[in-house]
Ligand binder design. Structure first.
Ligand SMILES: *Cc1c(COP(=O)(O)O)cnc(C)c1O
Length: 556
């Protein structure tokens, strides 16, 4: 009798009292998912098995046929539906070499699970005490790692590396124009980043109302890092016109080439200019979303080399570290844990050198009738752009404990070692594939082909090529993008249409196209490199053949 009166929907929730029967049920459902995914795995390709035809009317059909079922569907069947979503999904096997799209590690996943079991709201510690606790811990841990004073620093988890760039800009505006919060943004504020920066700042100047016309792009050097002399000139030009530089984004690890801006030089230059003109120094945000994780080598003893890294790996890590060690000079920065932190989306951490800056953006108690500013509760994140927040810090915390500094060092060093092996194999096996980010050790290799099989990279970056020549080479590289893209379920490479802005002979600027090898799977090892490079070689020959045929028939 009692059984019948119980609404069935309670069964869709974890138990109230911790009974084993309910737990077993949940475990079974999880097992169904995990086993289902395992059955789809194929280590000889990239995609999980299963067929999906995403061409033509795929999404249209979905729109037409998707309706909410009238009756409850048994969880086993729901699981089957979920597993079907995963059919043919890219998966991080050793052949996954596209962009910064990592696998979620077990500690990362379990951290999420722990957070979901209480489903706290990270907005306020009265609602989400676990998230608040983990957030304070991971902010302190990462602050100490990079050399911030953890007693003064602050931050929060937010919506991506982009959210961090945006948060930095909000603070910059509030620092320079506190009245902007009420009156709107003055029309003389300027932000700066390099040509190679992520488009996060572009979106942020749009969204804050500064306007993208006031985003000044600074030239990059051949190693994709910011040309700080150009920054200096451009800041002075802005000031001469009555503008105020409020925000500089220094990219410490560009998304394409892994160029690393020189924070020390940028900070000194920004400080000198500010002093010269009697202004406040602009807020400097290190966009370390991707590259910041190399701070795990902050205290690595490169002389003793306790983890026994090979000589070339050690040199590469040292070169990266020589720039990353200045991270603490930034006023704010970011660690995208869903990138090299090995946690699921979305686990980005925004760090701020002076937690006190957050008060510039905090809500007045009158504006928060539901939460915070009570006699109880001591942690209320009224300064974030979000209201409710997931407790993603718990996943970050879990990964930091499980990997430890050494675990991250090992993993990153493996990526670097595999990347070095790719470069060596390319130089030996496919000399016509010219590595165009050779100055940046790291986990990414960009290479570019030239129709005549030679290397014209130096001419390109020195402005000796016409726009026409550059475009022709770009189109040639695009043929390879297409060919590799079609076969991406076998080996998944990346590409970029914006590696360096180079001067043309005519005096304009244009971007270079390049194919990308991004080492991001823990399963890609040095021993897999020869096979992958042979695979590339076949396709590159095809591109040259296709091109030769096309030239013969006079289409080019
Ligand atoms: C990935 C990346 C971003 C954007 O981060 P999201 O987490 O995707 O919002 C911004 N800047 C850099 C340098 C990045 O690598």
């Amino acid at each position: 009798m009692r059984e019948r009166r119980l609404p069935n929907v309670q069964k869709l929730f974890p138990s109230e009292n911790g009974n084993g029967q309910s737990r077993q049920m949940i475990l079974q459902f999880m097992e169904q998912i995990l086993t289902g995914v395992d059955l789809l795995k194929n280590p000889d390709g990239v995609n999980l098995s299963g067929v999906k035809d995403r061409t033509d009317s795929f999404y249209n059909n979905l729109i037409q046929h998707s309706v909410i079922p009238a009756d409850s569907m048994p969880m086993e069947e729901v699981n089957s539906e979920l597993l079907e979503l995963l059919h043919n999904h890219p998966y991080h096997t050793k052949y996954f070499l596209t962009n910064i799209l990592p696998m979620a590690s077990i500690p990362g996943i379990l951290g999420m699970l722990a957070a979901f079991m209480v489903n706290g709201n990270n907005l306020w510690d009265v609602y989400g005490p676990a998230g608040a606790e983990a957030e304070v811990k991971v902010i302190s841990m990462m602050s100490k790692l990079i050399g911030y004073d953890a007693m003064k620093s602050g931050g929060y988890t937010t919506w991506g590396g982009q959210g961090a760039v945006f948060s930095g800009l909000r603070i910059a505006i509030a620092k320079f124009a506190p009245e902007a919060l009420q009156k709107g943004v003055p029309d003389n504020l300027y932000a700066f980043c390099s040509d190679a920066a992520h488009y996060s700042l572009f979106k942020s100047v749009e969204a804050t109302g500064i306007g993208s016309d006031k985003l000044i792009r600074v030239r990059t050097k051949a190693d994709s890092s910011m040309d700080v002399f150009d920054l200096q000139q451009k800041m002075e030009e802005v000031i001469a016109r009555g503008g105020i530089p409020v925000y500089i984004v220094a990219t410490t690890g560009t998304t394409d080439a892994m160029g690393i801006d020189d924070l020390e030089h940028i900070q000194a230059t920004a400080g000198n200019i500010a002093a010269k003109f009697g202004l406040q120094r602009p807020h400097i945000h290190a966009d370390s979303a991707l590259g910041g994780f190399f701070a795990f080598f902050q205290d690595y003893d490169f002389t003793v080399n306790p983890l026994d890294f090979k000589e070339d790996v050690l040199l590469a890590l040292k070169a990266i570290h020589s720039r990353m060690r200045h991270l603490h000079l930034a006023d704010s920065l970011c660690f995208d844990f869903q990138k090299l932190g090995q946690t699921p989306y979305l686990t980005s951490l925004f760090l701020l050198k002076e937690a006190a800056d957050l008060s510039l953006m905090d809500l007045h108690p009158d504006e928060t009738p539901y939460v915070g500013h009570r006699g109880y509760g001591q942690y209320h994140t009224g300064y974030t752009l979000e209201c409710s927040r997931m407790a993603s810090s718990i996943s970050i915390y879990s990964a930091l404990l499980a990997f430890g500094i050494q675990g991250y060092q090992q993993l990153l060093a493996q990526f670097v070692e595999v990347n070095l092996a790719f470069r060596e194999a390319l130089r030996l096996e496919i000399p016509e594939a010219v590595i165009v980010n050779a100055d940046n050790p790291g986990i990414i290799t960009l290479f570019r082909l030239y129709p005549d099989g030679g290397s014209h990279f130096q001419e390109e970056i020195s402005g000796a090529c016409t726009l026409n020549e550059l475009e022709r080479t770009n189109q040639f590289n695009e043929i390879l993008f297409e060919v590799l893209g079609e076969q991406r379920d076998r080996i998944f490479f990346g590409d970029t249409k914006k590696h360096l802005l180079v001067p043309t002979k005519e005096g304009s600027f244009t971007a270079l196209y390049a194919t990308k090898i991004f080492v991001i799977s823990p399963y890609t090892e040095v021993k897999h490199v020869p096979e992958i490079v042979q695979y590339l070689k076949t396709f590159i020959s095809q591109v040259y053949e296709k091109y030769a045929e096309a030239s013969m028939t006079g289409r080019r």
